[in-house]
Design a protein around this ligand. Structure first.
Ligand SMILES: *Cc1c(COP(=O)(O)O)cnc(C)c1O
Length: 423
């Protein structure tokens, strides 16, 4: 049992069923699947096949590769590994998470309608609203945890339901099995963006989703050094269409990026355990801190969907959001002054990042729209890296407004040298 979160005890039986579908457990597959020694040279590590085309043995006879937009061995290795990790049949690597999303929308035609979780990633929202509406596809945004709202939004033109869970930045959940029951009954394609959870913590296809989308830019590559995406499915017919579009549109990743993603994914199991451990430590520290108004983390008992998270996920991930008392000024004071947490968009790398959704990722959304969604001025999002938890907590402790009337129990007691000074 390798991919059971240490914070949960009840996933043993579920795990056994999942593992039976494949020969090896998750951590082993991440290192071996698609990554046999190179057949031509014996190279242990899948080489970077930096070539645009492949020479035919003779007319009509090739070695399985023809032109690198269609296939590349480094990319094929990554695809086989990612399909295996989602316990799915097929994967198509894409140039970015957004091009992966575009590949999936290419399953549709003018006149079709999509139901979308209202707090999808901003770039996905922009792609849908500013690009695909111009091609006659329509989108309705609903609260992904509201099953009645999903049912009510279905029209005769509806072809697809698109959800993220947990969502960004508030870590809200959608009940994947319950939504899958609706989409199956209504013959809709159910797409889940699994970027935040990763297949280590959540496998939507096992819960009834038809297609999984990833920004491999985040946890899958894990080192904040590439942009990449993936589309994963077990549905033969959908795969044929997706594959056609992937090649016909041509937004494919280069072999070096595939190599880096494949290098990163080998340690996905290890990293996710550490991301989560740090997320728990920081979430608990924040929950006890007098300067913090609210903490959003599905692993906390205080999260309104903690039970659902424990049911459909094997762990709670590495992103934590919190609201600092004092609004914009207080939030600015925090994000501008941390030393380890780097002020940047994105998430899922080994280095911890901090961001202020209201002025960064969600800035284009008017205040009166974002505030009722919970994206208030005091909201801060943390992507926990895999540094030492005590160092991360000390970094936050130092910049959070002090309240001398109360001392926190989780604060580190030893005196610490600021990282900047140590360097
Ligand atoms: C980053 C992200 C995307 C977009 O992926 P890119 O690789 O930046 O194109 C899509 N969905 C989620 C949840 C993301 O975090």
């Amino acid at each position: 049992m390798t991919n059971c979160s240490t914070t949960q005890t009840d996933c043993t039986t579920q795990e056994t069923v999942v593992e039976a579908a494949r020969d090896y457990s998750f951590a082993t597959r991440a290192i071996h699947d698609g990554q046999e020694p190179d057949s031509a040279t014996g190279a242990l590590v899948t080489p970077i096949y930096q070539t645009s085309t492949f020479v035919l043995d003779e007319l009509g006879v090739n070695k399985g590769f023809q032109y690198a937009r269609t296939h590349n061995p480094t990319r094929s290795a990554l695809e086989e590994c990612l399909a295996s990790l989602e316990n799915a049949k097929y994967c198509l690597a894409s140039a970015s998470g957004l091009s992966a999303a575009a590949t999936v929308i290419n399953l549709l035609s003018a006149g079709d309608h999509v139901i979308v979780g209202e707090d999808v990633y901003g770039g996905v929202y922009r792609l849908f609203e500013r690009v695909f509406t111009r091609y006659g596809i329509t989108f309705t945004y609903i609260d992904g945890k509201d099953l009645d709202a999903i049912e009510a939004a279905i029209t005769p033109q509806t072809k697809m339901v698109w959800l993220e869970t947990p969502t960004n930045p508030l870590l809200r959940l959608a009940d994947l099995s319950a939504v899958a029951a609706i989409t199956k009954a209504r013959k809709l394609i159910f797409v889940v963006d699994n970027t935040f959870a990763t297949p280590y913590f959540q496998r939507p296809i096992e819960l009834g989703a038809d297609v999984v989308v990833h920004s491999t830019t985040k946890y899958i590559s894990g080192h904040s050094d590439i942009i990449g995406g993936a589309v994963i499915t077990s549905n033969d017919q959908l795969f044929e269409v997706l594959k056609f579009h992937n090649n016909a549109v041509g937004a494919v990743p280069g072999p070096f990026d595939c190599f880096l993603a494949l290098r990163g994914v080998k340690t996905l199991a290890l990293r996710m355990r550490e991301h989560e451990r740090n997320a728990f430590a920081v979430a608990r520290f924040l929950e006890a801190h007098p300067a913090i108004e609210a903490v959003h983390y599905p692993g906390l008992e205080s999260h309104p969907q903690h039970e659902l998270a424990s049911k459909q996920m094997k762990g709670y991930g590495g992103v934590v959001a919190c609201v600092v008392k004092g609004g914009l000024d207080a939030a600015k004071q925090v994000v501008n002054n941390t030393k380890l947490f780097q002020l940047a968009e994105s998430l899922g790398g080994v280095k911890s990042l901090i961001c202020h959704p209201a002025t960064m990722t969600h800035a284009p959304i008017p205040k009166e729209v974002r505030e009722p969604l919970g994206i208030v001025d005091g909201l801060i999002r943390l992507s926990l890296g895999i540094e030492d938890a005590n160092d991360l907590i000390a970094d936050l402790e130092r910049v959070l407004p002090r309240d001398t009337s109360k001392t926190t129990t989780n604060a580190p007691t030893e005196k610490r040298i600021p990282v900047g000074a140590a360097r």
